[in-house]
Write a protein that binds this ligand. Structure first.
Ligand code: SF4
Length: 241
């Protein structure tokens, strides 16, 4: 690993339990090309914000937590980690050299020519499929899902382990026929190890207000437990959960 490559980060979670297997050091990288209506980290989207840090500094910090993360690992999240491929590649090389499991939590929204070196270096990809319907994906995130689906296809080709993540948003993705379409689409992928259905929540709403950005999902309620169970059943009956 080259220790002097610089990147911009938003924050660090040193005992993360939500982004990959086990206890993990989660690095939230700064900058994201998407504009998800439900984004809970809108302050991580501007690539010019956050703070600059070197790969050497990040790895030194990671290693102070080694006793806690040795059975878990390190997750690069964001923002969008694929937006800083050189920084991400060096960090993933550093994790490999230190025999730490690595994961990349991504929307896969970048072209494969840019993202492939990062995908190749990670042990696990947490791929956030925003919407299987492309028109809906544009409405929800401001961008097409074509790079995301190409990323999944690439992971299948090289048999890179993938956890699919999908946010259940009432009025958008939380709709039985859309969920059935997504589940049917995912059925043929043998690289998928897990599917996580994540209920939409409003914990980031105050950040939108602080940034003086209109939060368009103000009136959208989080899914009920029954909604989530119904969504899970769509995947369970296909043997996907
Ligand atoms: S991909 Fe993540 S960080 Fe980027 S806008 Fe969507 S929710 Fe926010």
């Amino acid at each position: 690993m080259n220790p002097s490559v610089t990147g911009r980060i938003h924050s660090i979670e040193s005992f993360g339990t939500l982004d990959g297997p086990g206890i993990r050091y989660v690095l939230f990288m700064q900058g994201c090309p998407l504009r998800c209506l439900y984004c809970h980290n809108p302050d991580a989207r501007n690539p010019e914000a956050g703070r600059t840090i070197t790969t050497g500094e990040v790895l030194a910090d990671i290693l102070t937590y080694r006793p806690f993360i040795k059975r878990g690992g390190v997750t690069l999240s964001g923002g969008e980690p694929l937006l800083q491929p050189a920084f991400a590649c060096e960090l993933l090389d550093g994790c490999r050299e230190q025999k730490l499991h690595s994961a990349v939590d991504t929307s896969g929204a970048l072209p494969l020519e840019e993202s492939r070196p990062v995908l190749d270096r990670a042990d696990l990809i947490l791929l956030d499929v925003k919407a299987i319907d492309d028109t809906l994906c544009v409405a929800l995130t401001g961008a097409s899902n074509r790079h995301t689906l190409a990323t999944l296809e690439y992971c299948e080709t090289v048999q890179k382990p993938v956890w699919i993540r999908h946010v259940l948003v009432p009025g958008y993705t939380l709709e039985t026929r859309r969920l059935e379409r997504l589940a049917d689409y995912l059925l043929r992928y043998t690289c998928i190890r897990k599917i996580e259905l994540l209920p939409f929540h409003k914990m980031g709403e105050y950040k939108w207000e602080a940034l003086k950005c209109p939060y368009l999902l103000k009136e959208t309620p989080p899914p009920t437990e029954a909604d989530v169970q119904k969504a899970r059943a769509v995947f369970q009956c296909r043997g996907l959960l």
